[in-house]
Design a protein around this ligand. Structure first.
Ligand SMILES: [Zn+2]
Length: 412
């Protein structure tokens, strides 16, 4: 039976223990870094991060050397898992060469989100103090005791796989990750190509129809975020560091940014849900996404970042589409998206679009945002760049239709 995960967050009051616990996770991460250096050195790779040896025994070797007096053993293992996950994606990036200089995960951390696994989680109900969750630390350490809101749905507790203790811009949160199992649903046969663009978060094409999921609202939030950051840093730079006024402004800045980030997240959720539901009603069986690993290189972080979707959003959109589609039984595939925005879907010639419309010398004319999605779909189906002899494919093609996110545009 297929299963999927869903996360839910809960804001919580700070407890003095929290930063100590996340500092302990940071310390385990740093231990992983040093032990990795040691492992490499033992195997004759003193400059670990240019050339390294990544043997099967590596993870076990390092795990044996980790210890922490404060953390539950499974929370400690979660840090190690996270560390190795980063190493594996680093090794994959280095191998594929899609990013020029990928950074190895050897940066030391002061704090790190702590993950509690199932055996360290206990829900308590019906006490004088209301609903609570107890998170276990190492043996002999007091448990972390966190009150839950009275409307917290305890029946969902049995699905909980992990709880993460997160700190973000002055706010502590618990991230509950639920595991659900689904019946294998019936899915369609259609293949839909998706271009996660710089202007629009999602542009899709299914052979005849092109849909544009508008990104104006999300872009406006990014602009607002940059503006707020700029305004606050200017004000903060005028105060003495760590003075009363400095802290006041810093906290206010965090609060604003947190709110905007939540609005962005909410917008991305709404658009991806809308898209995946659209796929379901259209009988889509496979969603094809362009591979986004190289995107960081092509994006310019300068002034242009103001107008374009933040790099973070690319990954987030892909992640959201993937998990939402999977929960509906729709397959998600990724393919290399190079040249998909430049190639003419009709004759196969390459040409960079210069304005809103893509026009080719062969007479093909289409909205530029649709071209990427058409090509991603064709690439997956194996006829990317092949000239189309029969015109029928394009006769049926309809002009793109937009989906706007109906939310009032945020103002400062
Ligand atoms: Zn052409």
């Amino acid at each position: 039976m297929p299963s999927f995960y869903r996360t839910q967050t809960l804001k919580i009051e700070e407890q003095p223990m929290f930063s100590e616990v996340n500092a302990a996770s940071g310390a385990v991460w740093n231990d992983c870094c040093s032990q990795m250096d040691m492992y490499q050195w033992h195997r004759g790779y003193p400059h670990a991060h240019n050339h390294f040896y990544f043997g099967k025994d590596c993870e076990g070797w390092i795990d044996k050397k980790l210890s922490n007096p404060l953390l539950h053993s499974q929370s400690r293992q979660a840090v190690r898992e996270r560390y190795f996950k980063s190493w594996k994606s680093y090794a994959a990036l280095k191998k594929s060469g899609s990013i020029q200089k990928p950074k190895p995960p050897n940066k030391r951390k002061n704090y790190l989100t702590t993950r509690f696994k199932k055996s360290a989680i206990r829900f308590v109900e019906g006490t004088l103090f209301g609903k609570r969750v107890e998170l276990s630390l190492a043996q002999g350490q007091p448990k972390i005791d966190i009150p839950l809101p009275s409307n917290f749905d305890m029946s969902k507790a049995e699905h909980i796989a992990t709880i993460d203790l997160c700190y973000n811009y002055g706010q502590w949160t618990l991230h509950f990750s639920y595991r659900y199992e689904t019946e294998t649903p019936e899915i369609g046969e259609k293949v839909i190509g998706v271009d996660i663009g710089e202007i629009h978060p999602i542009v899709s094409h299914d052979g005849t129809d092109t849909r544009i999921f508008n990104g104006r609202y999300i872009r406006s939030l990014y602009r607002l975020r940059n503006k707020v950051l700029a305004e606050f840093s200017q004000a903060i730079s005028r105060c003495k560091r760590h003075s009363k006024r400095w802290w006041q402004l810093t906290r206010r800045k965090w609060k604003r940014i947190r709110k905007i980030d939540n609005q962005i997240k909410d917008g991305l959720h709404k658009q991806t849900t809308k898209f995946v539901k659209y796929c379901q009603t259209q009988g889509v069986g496979t969603i094809v996404l362009g591979d986004l690993t190289g995107i960081r290189n092509t994006l310019n972080y300068g002034k242009r970042a103001n107008q374009k979707l933040h790099q973070w959003a690319f990954g987030k959109i892909a992640e959201l589409i993937t998990y939402k589609a999977k929960s509906l039984g729709i397959k998600v595939k990724t393919i290399d998206e190079s040249y998909t925005s430049q190639t003419c879907p009709k004759c196969g010639d390459r040409k960079k679009p210069t304005n809103r419309n893509y026009t080719c010398t062969c007479g093909f004319k289409y909205h530029r945002d649709g071209v990427g999605a058409i090509n991603i779909r064709r690439k997956y189906l194996g006829h990317f760049g092949d000239p189309v002899v029969a015109e029928t494919d394009f006769v049926r093609m309809t002009p793109p239709l937009g989906f706007r996110l109906e939310v009032p545009v945020a103002s400062s």
